[in-house]
Design a protein. Structure first.
Length: 318
């Protein structure tokens, strides 16, 4: 009888310890707004987000976002929201996924406009030519909600060099893998590349939705020797003219920055590293301030929060 009672006590204690571990582990991650950076497949980063509850997280819905940037891995590697804030006092969020396409971009815009009304949408245009069909329409809708929840609403922290930082969707990498052919991949031609089938269907809807919500659009193509070409430039330029949308192509307008493939790529010509992102963001910030009007941020508490996030990143990581 004593042995049976002892076994029961052991089982109960084990359950208590197990449940306590789950409880405290849950609150460590979620109450501190922590996520891991995810995994990389080849040169593409696939983020890993924890599911969350509204109750456990502080949100930034009440703070106005000047810019929402939508695109693929070229975007989250090349655009740095904290630098943009520090230099231009503009708030921004990156809602991007590797190998995304125009249909996903449309759903991201549609759902994000339920929470924010930015003055500008930056649309990264390499996704116009995405050949992989990774998602169906239901999956696109789910992805949109995931990125909106984790970046736009909650801006959860990500782990960088053993520090947990809030980067607003930016993917930090500072190592260098050279691409020695520089911009030789941009051989001028009059021909155009074929866009993904979703562009013809969803780009008009994307543009109309932005106009309905008084959002301007800017097309951007960041340097990418492995995925960009002059044919793609020509195809996007035609859409830009058709819709009256400005188009910045850092692959053709190489004089805009001092970008260098020997120092500014993390994977030998596909994505940019932090050095490259700094150069892209500096130029974009100056361009945006000159060509667009943005609401100023009057809430000192929110401004201080952005300042602290920049300082945490600048001093803890760099």
């Amino acid at each position: 009888m004593k042995h049976k009672s002892f076994r029961i006590v052991c089982v109960v204690l084990s359950l208590i310890i197990f449940i306590s571990g789950i409880y405290f582990g849950y609150h460590y991650f979620f109450d501190n707004d922590v996520i891991d950076y995810g995994v990389s497949i080849g040169t593409c980063y696939i983020p890993t987000y924890h599911s969350t509850t509204q109750k456990s997280l502080k949100t930034q819905e009440d703070q106005h976002m000047n810019i929402i940037a939508i695109g693929n891995s070229d975007l989250y590697s090349a655009f740095q929201p904290l630098q943009l804030w520090h230099e231009q006092k503009l708030t921004s969020a990156i809602l991007a996924e590797a190998n995304t396409n125009m249909r996903t971009a449309y759903y991201i815009l549609k759902e994000s406009l339920k929470y924010q009304k930015p003055e500008l949408i930056i649309l990264e245009v390499d996704q116009f030519f995405e050949e992989k069909e990774l998602n169906n329409e239901q999956r696109d809708f789910k992805i949109a909600h995931q990125y909106i929840d984790e970046v736009l609403i909650h801006n959860k922290a990500v782990k960088v060099k053993n520090k947990y930082l809030k980067l607003h969707g930016y993917y930090y990498k500072d190592h260098v893998v050279q691409y020695k052919k520089q911009f030789s991949y941009m051989q001028q031609t009059k021909y155009k590349a074929q866009v993904n089938k979703h562009v013809k269907t969803y780009l008009p809807q994307f543009v109309d939705l932005a106009k309905e919500n008084q959002c301007q659009i800017l097309f951007v193509s960041f340097p990418s020797a492995s995925s960009w070409s002059y044919r793609k430039h020509n195809a996007v330029q035609e859409y830009a003219q058709q819709y009256g949308i400005p188009f910045i192509d850092f692959n053709t307008d190489t004089q805009l920055t001092d970008f260098n493939w020997l120092t500014d790529s993390r994977d030998g010509g596909n994505h940019l590293n932090y050095s490259g992102a700094k150069k892209m963001t500096k130029y974009l910030g100056e361009y945006l301030k000159e060509h667009y009007q943005f609401l100023e941020h009057q809430n000192e508490k929110d401004n201080q929060k952005w300042d602290k996030e920049y300082e945490d990143f600048h001093f803890d990581v760099l």
